[in-house]
Design a protein around this ligand. Structure first.
Ligand SMILES: Nc1ncnc2c1ncn2[C@@H]1O[C@H](COP(=O)(O)OP(=O)(O)O)[C@@H](O)[C@H]1O
Ligand SMILES: [Mg+2]
Length: 372
């Protein structure tokens, strides 16, 4: 849908019930910049996470939903009033004894994946640095999250792949001390190869589309000429998945798990033709990561025709003065829609946005009056 004028997705209201440290809180937001301020530990990041949850049916940080329920409580709910082409009410409910449900305008989704992509968001947090320093899982998650927002079949294929992989691993484990049935293993291999190739095909085409976005936005943000790039690494780039599984069969049987495949794909980050981790200064690494996220924003906005929400967590702690000024200038432009930004100093955020004359709302958490 290139060339379409993007429509902003806007969260007007948010009500949290027993969500992390927020027992009961109601907030209303402005259409452009929303500065959520308050002291450390007051629950600013948790509010951004709740907004993320509303669009993705899961937390950005907590893999288990149990962790989002306030300690000592047994259920949580997140309510949001949002506008897109029209007004919508979204409600997510989850409890220890209650399956997670999501409703749009009172109508429950039969499958949660059908909600993905409705309220797109990009979250920029200090935690993103793990994209560079942690294992390949983080980078696959980045790719998968981005693609899933625009391609439901891809998300379904990922779920299918994970399921077959778990089954194959469980089977290999169950074979301890006895011989493996080659026919049964071939059955798993065939399914795994089918899904794996499909995932590989979509990731390859995604990388080709995404890289130029990243390089352009990096240039804009970092204002330096050091070249940046990344490469897609996959164990099935040069061989078929089935040949790979066949080659690794003895190893897999001995290790009782699937040693190689699409689940080992990676992105290799580079700066000036060198590995980013070794070459980049701290500041350069941070800008690289922020540029990746902003490229994610531009990519989603272009593909969907919606301007996603932008969640900026502790951004001023993250990048230097000059880059944060550049970033604020960027996000105030029409390329971006509604923005939520958390900070400990309410004067500091205001000062950053004042020069741009944009619609600005301050939401102070933990003080008598919540908004001003
Ligand atoms: N499930 C939970 N129940 C209660 N409190 C929680 C839960 N999860 C996190 N918290 C609390 O939330 C607080 C942190 O909130 P956070 O949003 O990170 O603060 P801020 O961003 O304002 O510094 C911590 O005190 C943490 O213990
Ligand atoms: Mg925080």
């Amino acid at each position: 849908m290139q060339g379409v004028i993007s429509l902003s997705v806007i969260v007007k209201e948010l009500k949290l019930y027993q969500f992390k440290n927020h027992e009961n809180i109601s907030l209303s937001f402005g259409d452009k910049i929303n500065a959520i301020t308050g002291s450390n530990g007051i629950g600013k990041t948790n509010i951004l996470d709740a907004i993320f949850y509303l669009g993705n049916t899961k937390s950005y940080f907590n893999p288990s939903d149990k962790q989002i329920i306030s300690l000592g409580c047994s259920e949580t709910s997140i309510f949001g009033k949002v506008t897109k082409d029209q007004e919508y009410e979204l409600l997510g409910v989850f409890g220890e004894k209650r399956k997670k449900t999501f409703k749009k305008n009172g109508k429950p989704y039969t499958r949660l994946v059908d909600h993905i992509g409705f309220l797109p968001s990009v979250f920029i947090t200090p935690h993103d640095i793990s994209l560079v320093f942690e294992g390949s899982e983080e980078r696959r998650r980045f790719m998968d999250f981005t693609i899933s927002q625009i391609n439901k079949e891809y998300l379904t294929e990922l779920i299918r792949y994970r399921k077959v992989l778990d089954q194959r691993n469980a089977y290999l484990k169950s074979c301890e001390g006895r011989s493996v049935d080659p026919l049964l293993l071939e059955g798993f291999d065939e399914k795994l190869a089918f899904s794996g190739h499909e995932i590989h095909r979509v990731r390859t085409s995604f990388i080709a589309d995404f890289l130029p976005h990243f390089q352009r936005i990096h240039k804009e943000l970092a204002e330096e000429d050091t070249s940046v790039s990344f490469e897609y690494f996959s164990p099935i780039s040069d061989v078929t998945f089935q040949d790979l599984l066949l080659k690794n069969r003895a190893l897999d049987i001995a290790a009782q798990r699937t040693s190689s495949g699409t689940h080992k794909d990676d992105l290799i980050f580079e700066m000036a033709g060198m590995p980013l981790k070794k070459f980049g200064s701290q500041g350069q690494i941070k800008s690289y990561v922020v540029a990746l996220k902003l490229a994610q924003y531009e990519f989603l906005s272009k593909q969907t025709g919606d301007k996603p929400l932008l969640l900026l967590d502790d951004i001023f702690e993250k990048i230097d003065e000059q880059r944060s000024k550049r970033l604020m200038e960027l996000v105030c432009s029409d390329r971006f829609g509604q923005i939520f930004i958390s900070d400990t100093h309410h004067e500091r955020v205001k000062e950053h946005f004042d020069p741009f004359g944009v619609d600005f709302k301050q939401i102070r958490i933990g003080s008598e009056s919540l908004t001003e």
